[in-house]
Design a protein around this ligand. Structure first.
Ligand SMILES: CC(C)(COP(=O)(O)OP(=O)(O)OC[C@H]1O[C@@H](n2cnc3c(N)ncnc32)[C@H](O)[C@@H]1OP(=O)(O)O)[C@@H](O)C(=O)NCCC(=O)NCCS
Length: 165
């Protein structure tokens, strides 16, 4: 399995990934095709504050992870794994890939929201270092993975960059 950024030629494979989604993935990830429409926009998109990766094996898309607001110190994460490949560690590899990119690119952390009844998602996030922060105004749970604690930035080797200060 290879994790890499989207390429224009991937478009049919990306549609195939959304087509195979069942009830759980549609409910938690793709209601009204919101995330399909967001994913396929990449071909013509002018907004450069989004980065999307797919996990590929034998010409099939096994999973999808993306970060947006990557021009801020705290980007947001979204993820989904192919139905017949859930529970095999692919989600964990994808989250770790995105976390690694964010940390390497100087981000303070990564945020996400997830439905309170998405226990599989919550288990995944907690096993990849995310902490439950509270309830987001949308009603979903807000999780944050922090790379800088802000307790002692000098010891941590860098100060957070806060635009305007
Ligand atoms: C949530 C999702 C991305 C997880 O991906 P995955 O590849 O199935 O997850 P993994 O196999 O990497 O498992 C991650 C952890 O969850 C655990 N897990 C797997 N299935 C589980 C289940 N049904 N209930 C609870 N925990 C579960 C695994 O044991 C693993 O923990 P471990 O490494 O400590 O053993 C995937 O199930 C999915 O696409 N769900 C639908 C879309 C969705 O909910 N997206 C997120 C919206 S916020």
């Amino acid at each position: 399995m290879k994790i890499r950024e989207f390429l224009p030629a991937d478009l049919p494979m990306i549609h195939g990934f959304f087509d195979q989604m069942g009830k759980e993935s549609t409910t938690f990830f793709n209601q009204n095709d919101v995330n399909r429409n967001f994913a396929v926009k990449f071909v013509t998109e002018k907004n450069k504050s989004i980065i999307r990766w797919l996990a590929e094996e034998d010409g099939k898309m096994l999973g999808y992870v993306f970060l947006w607001d990557i021009d801020t110190t705290l980007p947001w994460l979204g993820i989904a794994v192919r139905e017949d490949r859930k529970g095999q560690g692919i989600g964990k590899k994808l989250v770790e890939h995105a976390n690694h990119w964010a940390e390497q690119n100087g981000k303070g952390g990564v945020m996400l929201i997830t439905a309170s009844d998405n226990s599989r998602g919550q288990y995944l996030y907690e096993s990849t270092g995310y902490e439950k922060f509270g309830v987001h105004p949308s009603g979903e749970l807000l999780y944050i993975r922090r790379f800088i604690t802000f307790l002692d930035p000098e010891l941590e080797g860098r100060f957070p960059y806060i635009p305007g200060f």
